[in-house]
Design a protein around this ligand. Sequence first.
Ligand code: GLT
Ligand code: MN
Ligand code: MN
Length: 388
Amino acid sequence: MKSGKYDPRPEHKFSFGLWTIGNRGRDPFGDAVRPPISPVDIVALLGETGAWGVNLHDNDLVPIDAKPAERDRIVREFQKACAKHKVTVPMATVNLFFHPVFRDGGFTSNDPEVRAYAVQKTLRAMDLGAELGAKIFVLWGGREGVETDACRRPDEAVKRLREAVNYLCEYSLDQGYGYRFALEAKPNEPRGDIYMSTTGHYLGFIPTLDHAELVGVNPEVAHEQMSGLNFTHGVAQAWEAGKLFHIDLNDQAPGRYDQDFRFGAANPKSAFFLVKFLEDVGYQGSRHFDAHAYRTEDYKGVKDFAIGCMRTYLILKEKAERWNADKEIQAILREISADNGAPPVGEFSKKGAGTLLKHVFDKDAILRKRLPYERLDQLTIEILLGVR
Ligand code: GLT
Ligand code: MN
Ligand code: MN
């Protein structure tokens, strides 16, 4: 049992995908650099790092054309490895992007046969996840998009997506699986444009579903940053709406391709505000790292990568505690939101509105109030850089 200050423990709920540890470094310009690693070996590696969970797509574990007997044997061996290494399966998902049959999407494809196959494949992936104990089911529609809008009306795609997600919710209820679905947005890559490009788009879509209560979001750092957005703001909005069902942690230089770097590798300051947010609000879900090691690494380096993700999270968590306990920071926070006796807005009432309309605001006095954000940010930086 590890006891170091930044060593992961089960209550931290750190998880990795089979596809993240098993990522072999293939990219659009170059072939794999690491040999294949079996799901059983991935679980062993994760067990050594102290991670809590392993997540999977159907075909990360079971080949797409496996016969039932082969499928059952693979699942049994995998379950044995999970038990041996004390690794749990909190989340499952479906791969609707790798096979060429999904070249024009799954749920939103123009071909009704592809749409039906996508739903069938997802039902089976749900069966698999349920068998492994997963309670969260992620849907990332990587191929649900276009290169040209000539091929379908985008509102038709929204309708098809709704129909599919409604069907999946009914299936989960019918089977008693108890899934909560987490929808993951991305603006582009592999499609020229992907529908539901941001977490905000999904937050608008979810209330239109038959079982909105079963459906939330799975925001990914890199995906929102590809759109140039502030990730923590999107996460906070999802949280505030009760929809933060899962989260994909990684890092990314803004505006690039989907880099999926080690958590905190590119922008530790924004990673800090994210960790601080999750810890401040008491987020109880998985801290899933949807990232992969640099292409230059071997499997020893992959282990370094996984440990790095978890250590950085825990270091930032400690920095957040330090920030919250810092007297000067807290004094500034009190100062900037001090109540100067103006009529409160609060809930509407006729009387309150009357008082508000009569009040004379002294704009010059308001402007004299200091907003020492330079100092506040510098204090944050000094905590992050380890001198405070
Ligand atoms: C794929 C994608 C990720 C998604 C995974 C779930 S698969 O690797 O890049 O962002 O979370 O389908
Ligand atoms: Mn990504
Ligand atoms: Mn992801």
